[in-house]
Design a protein around this ligand. Structure first.
Ligand code: DGL
Length: 278
């Protein structure tokens, strides 16, 4: 019997490079899928902006991906998923963000019921992860911490385990969660998995880190299967990368996020064109 299948690409977007941590997981889980990635590098960071601006940018990002005939869209951005989830409903294709998959993974992982959340300022302000978890489990104790300096540190590539500046910043952010004795911490921003070694060193090995991108990639694999949208053709998938600022630096830093060399061409999208289609 022929399995239902769909050879269109998966569309993934983020404000910058962070969403590539989701692509990295997708490449492992679904190696036969084509992926179109858009990093809005000309407008990163989103996490310090107003809800209206984040919503407007997210709509434009989705429209760009729909123009590439994608079969499913992933908002690989904790900020968009938290502040503008409405953008993901009523699209012509299924769409998902990182909040629910990561919150679910944290609820599955915690033993003490004490969970920490790290995110951008906008994500933490939205209380998206708390709302989801407390609705399901009102007994949980949840503690959140905005980490606005993490995104620029990661975009600059300051992620080495012995980077003193990043360690000092991380210590300040993590102190309140350590005091609250959390046993599980959600990395609610897709940039943060690159800081996992540093965060683990500070939190200790008994604290479970939930990678929101990895949780989202697993959910994506299940959804594609559920909708009969998997690509069963026997070839290796291909990636196409789009950014909204000069692509030169992208290649270098993107390798850290993807965990492999970036040999593909990086295409630049004109921001004015993107904005003019509102
Ligand atoms: N990667 C994005 C997130 O997951 C955020 C970075 C930003 O643009 O502030 O929230």
């Amino acid at each position: 019997m022929m399995l239902p299948m769909d050879t269109r690409p998966i569309g993934v977007f983020d404000s910058g490079l962070g969403g590539l941590t989701v692509v990295r997981q997708l490449l492992q889980l679904l190696p036969g899928e084509d992926i179109v990635y858009f990093g809005d590098t000309g407008r990163v960071p989103y996490g310090t902006r107003s809800a209206e601006t984040i919503e407007k940018y997210a709509r434009q990002d989705c429209r760009l991906l729909l123009g590439h005939d994608v079969k499913l869209i992933i908002a690989a951005c904790g900020t968009v998923s938290s502040v503008a989830p409405q953008v993901l409903s009523h699209l012509a294709v299924p769409a998902m963000g990182v909040v629910e998959p990561a919150a679910q993974a944290a609820m599955d992982a915690t033993r003490s019921g004490r969970i920490g959340i790290l995110g951008t300022a906008a994500t933490i302000r939205s209380a998206s992860f708390q709302r989801y978890m407390l609705e399901a489990r009102p007994d949980l104790r949840i503690f959140s911490q905005a980490c606005p300096l993490f995104v620029p540190l990661v975009e600059a590539g300051w992620i080495q385990r012995d980077n003193d500046a990043t360690i000092a910043v991380a210590r300040r952010y993590l102190q309140p969660l350590i005091q609250q004795q959390v046993d599980t911490v959600i990395l609610g921003c897709t940039h943060f998995p690159l800081l996992s070694p540093i965060l683990s060193d500070i939190l200790g090995e008994n604290v479970v880190l939930i990678d929101s991108g990895a949780a989202c990639a697993s959910r994506c694999a299940r959804e594609l299967e559920r909708y009969g949208l998997l690509n069963h053709s026997k070839k290796m998938g291909e990636c196409r990368f789009y950014v909204s600022d000069c692509p030169d630096d992208f290649t270098h830093v993107a390798q850290m996020f993807l965990g492999r060399e970036v040999k593909e061409d990086i295409h630049q999208v004109d921001l004015e064109f993107l904005a003019s289609r509102d």
